[in-house]
Design a protein around this ligand. Structure first.
Ligand code: MF3
Ligand code: CO
Ligand code: CO
Length: 255
């Protein structure tokens, strides 16, 4: 069922690393602008400018007809929120997802951040999703299986009482933003394809406070939880090196 997973040369990874560093920096700078009163459209414009100034293209623009450089998803929105006139409010959580293509190769990263002061329930969700991503990345080693990554996300999430989104996945990254394989946020240890040095994957846990069930709004993009409870999303593009995982979209602050 799974098509073949393309292994990248070190020369290709060197370019992917640059595309990834551009989005990591854009995300970091964008997160710094998040505060009550800012609109999601302002954040998107800011990120687009940073991506272009770095000499890259915002790869989300034109992707299946999408028209913005970033996806910005607030509270019960899981992913693919469309930036616009929405004003962020104190206590919101906001997921920022940024992609670029640089010299033909892509990078993809996301983080959920607090708007002003958030409550303990929201803070715990953010902490746990970040922890799920860290645990998953630790499994990204030659000789392990894709299911080890997936199982790590599910284990961390469910141990804290959260559900994982089942209909949206991480993915390979390279010339295309989305390449094989799909990287599920649930699974079993030892299952799925063998991980090999040279793979580049976007690992992106999406954790929900309530149900795992999702729905797409009438705008055709925004994915929300059906029970409208909070959701959180963190994403890194990683390279599986001989010696273990390298986080290509690592930020200088906050992992
Ligand atoms: N960045 C998303 C992902 O993590 C994909 C966004 S596609 C877009 O895979 F068209 F919505 F931008
Ligand atoms: Co993304
Ligand atoms: Co992605």
């Amino acid at each position: 069922m799974m098509a073949d997973i393309k292994l990248k040369s070190l020369a290709e990874v060197a370019v992917i690393r640059q595309a990834c560093q551009i989005v990591a920096r854009a995300l970091e700078e964008m997160a710094r602008q998040v505060k009550p009163g800012v609109t999601t459209g302002d954040l998107d414009n800011f990120a687009e400018k940073l991506i272009r100034e770095a000499g890259a293209e915002p790869v989300f623009i034109g992707y299946r007809g999408y028209r913005h450089a970033t996806c910005i998803s607030v509270n019960e929105e899981i992913v693919h929120g469309i930036p616009g006139s929405r004003v962020l409010q104190e206590g919101d959580i906001v997921s920022l997802d940024v992609g670029s293509r640089y010299h033909g190769y892509c990078g993809d990263t996301a983080a959920t951040v607090a708007v002003g002061k958030i409550n303990a329930k929201a803070a715990r969700l953010l902490r746990t999703t970040k922890e799920a991503l860290r645990a998953a990345i630790r499994q990204a080693q030659p000789g392990k299986h894709l299911g080890d990554i997936s199982a790590a996300i599910q284990r961390v999430a469910e141990a804290k009482g959260y559900s994982v989104v089942r209909e949206l996945y991480g993915h390979g990254v390279g010339v295309e933003l989305h390449e094989d394989p799909l990287v599920p946020n649930f699974g079993r240890i030892g299952e799925g394809p063998l991980l090999k040095a040279g793979m580049v994957l976007a690992v992106e846990p999406m954790l929900n406070v309530g149900t795992w069930r999702i729905k797409t709004l009438n705008d055709g993009w925004t994915v929300v939880t059906t029970d409208r409870q909070l959701s959180c999303h963190f994403e890194h593009t990683i390279f599986i090196n001989e010696s273990g995982p390298e986080i290509l979209t690592k930020r200088t602050t906050d992992g």
